[in-house]
Structure formats: structure tokens, C-alpha cells
Design a protein around this ligand. Sequence first.
Ligand code: 3PG
Ligand code: MG
Length: 395
Amino acid sequence: MRTLDDLDVKGRRVLVRADLNVPLDGETITDDGRIRASVPTIKALAGRGARVVVCAHLGRPKGQVNPKYSLRPVAVRLGELLGQDVAFATDVVGDSARATVEALQDGQVALLENLRFEPGEDSKDDAARGAFAEQLAGLAELYVGDGFGAVHRKHASVYDVPKILPHAAGGLIVAEVEVLRKLTEQPERPYVVVLGGAKVSDKLGVIANLLTKVDRLLIGGGMAYTFLKAQGHEVGRSLLQEDQLDQVRGFLSEAAERGVELVLPVDVLAATEFAADAEHEVVEATAIPADREGLDIGPKTRELFAAKLADAKTVFWNGPMGVFEFDAFSGGTRAVAEALIASDAFTVVGGGDSAAAVRGLGLPEDGFSHISTGGGASLEYLEGKTLPGLAALEE
Ligand code: 3PG
Ligand code: MG
């Protein structure tokens, strides 16, 4: 993959695809991790005298202009972090974008409006995507792919534009790929993976692949209840994906055959309802009352998971252990994060949501070896899939 050092950018318009998909509360950015992660590449380009045109998506506006998903607040924050003004185009490839780009001087930075306001960006139709890619590419002379969190999307700005413009990978993508390569090529053992989050179905591919690679797989979060059910336990009103039970039974037997330790919760916080102030109690994971739902792993599980992480040499963690947005049910996620911080393993937190959870709980980012900006992207990498955005940069 070519990197920034291979491009002569002085005085040239460089289109940078970044992942600035941050959580917003109205117009307030609640976690700016992805913007901060995008700064070094943009700064490096501006510092070398490029005219930097940043493009990115926010949420899933599905090809429609929707002010709720405007990147304007992100332009403001990006400007603060860069310490220089960021011109904001109020459209993606229209009059505003062209005029904004035209006005850029060497070393200046602009941000285009949300790519996904344009139906061509995420169209499944190659021609529609290609036509939009041509318009986007027309704004610049060079392309830098740096939106690691979106490299698993076959979208115009990720996949098609680098086929049109001379291109290179930005520093964030280079760093993320280096870390993931370490996890897939001869990780130091014991290699322990912790998976959480709501849906097993999102993680089927990665679980199947990890069972051939890891020494231990710890499962928490909403997806753990489908595993408990597959073992024959009742899970009350907890999250359950009935249609995944067969698949999960297959994972349980494959883990046993391969000698992979698959560790499930032994106790949970069982609540009367899904609410921040829900009444709840600690129950054995094998005895969840019929009228209750598990919203976090319990204290014995936290200790068990910490013990299973203590001697690890490599750890990858994706997905919260419970409903961490509710204080009362954030303890399990915090406990896993603290176990990673305490360990001297090579520790990787994968994912927009897990990363936001870590920061939201006030935990120190430097307690981890690497916090990835990509959730879906890092999981698909570990699954062994070809990521369109990386493949396009390699060509
Ligand atoms: C993410 O938040 O995972 C990335 O920004 C990709 O967004 P998407 O899942 O909406 O494609
Ligand atoms: Mg996401």
C-alpha cells in the first residue's frame, strides 16, 4: 500500500476519506474519538501544503438530505482540534462543494457535507456509484483513504474513487491494519477474545473464524443469552435470537472439539424491565426468572472473566458486557475494561461502540495498546474477509 510519503501533495487538491461518524446528542458530539483519530493525517497533508478536501459520512440518511445528519458540528470540532479553520461545504458535490474547494489555498482544509446525502454513495448499483464517484473525484487531484471504520463498505468514496485518482493510505489506516495483522498472524499466546453486544447474528462469521485461532473466547452482553439457551438454560425475557440456536450449538461443540475454552456468564443482573432504574438482582445464569431480563454480567462473572484475562498475552475485545449506557448495568463492561488495563498483554479494543464505552466510562485510553476506530471493519478483518476499502488502496 502506498502511504502519504509516496504522494507529492504540495499545492494539490487532496480528497481525504475519513470516518467522522461520531455519536451526536442533537448537535453535541458526545464522543469525538474518531475526529481526533483523523487529525494526524489531515494535519500532515496541510503541513505539506496540500489543499485538503475531507469527505465523510454521518449516520445512515439513506441518500436523502437530512439536517439531523449534517456534518456541520463535526467541521467545527475538527477545526478546534486542528487549530485552523475548516471551511464547510453545504453540499457534497454541488455548487457549494465546488466553490469551497476552489477557494482553498495551500495548507487549508475543507469538509464536505455528509456523503450519504447522495444516493450514489452507498448505491448497490455499480453505475450509479461510479457516476457519483466521478463527481467526487472531480473535486481533487489525489485521494487519501483514511476512514478505517468504513473500509468494509463498498461505497463510492471508499471503493470507487481510489480507482479513479492516484491514491495512498493515510496514517490511521496504516496503523489500524498493522495492529489487526498482529492479531491474525501469530498472536502471542494465550490469545483471548472477549465478545459482547446485542446480536449473535452480527458476529457469526467472526466467531467461526476465531474458534480456529484463539485459546479462549469469553462471551458477554446480549448475545450471551442465546449461548445460555443453547446449553439448555431458560433465559427469561433476556435478549434471545431463537433462529441462531442451531448455529450457536455448533459453536459450542466446535469449541469443545478444538480445545478452545468458551467462557459464558455464570451470573447476571436480572432486571424487571429495560430501564436505567429497573429493579434488579444478581441471579445464577442458569436460573434467570421467567419474568426478568439479564442486563449485565454479574459479580462472579466479572471475576471469572478477569481471571481468564489475567495471563493473556494478546487480547481483542469487541462489544459491551451489558447495557453500559445505564449506570446500574455498566459494571460488567467496566470490569472487562479494567481487566484489560491491568493486564500486560497486547490489548486491542475494537469498535466505535466499545471505544466510546471505554471513554464514556472515564477510563484512560492509554491503558490499552490500541483502540480501534472500526467496529464492523475490525470484525470483518478478523473474519478474514476482503475489505473493499483496503483492496482498492492496494491496487
Ligand atoms: C461505523 O460507525 O461503524 C462506521 O462509521 C460505518 O458506518 P455504517 O455501519 O453506517 O456503514
Ligand atoms: Mg458502528
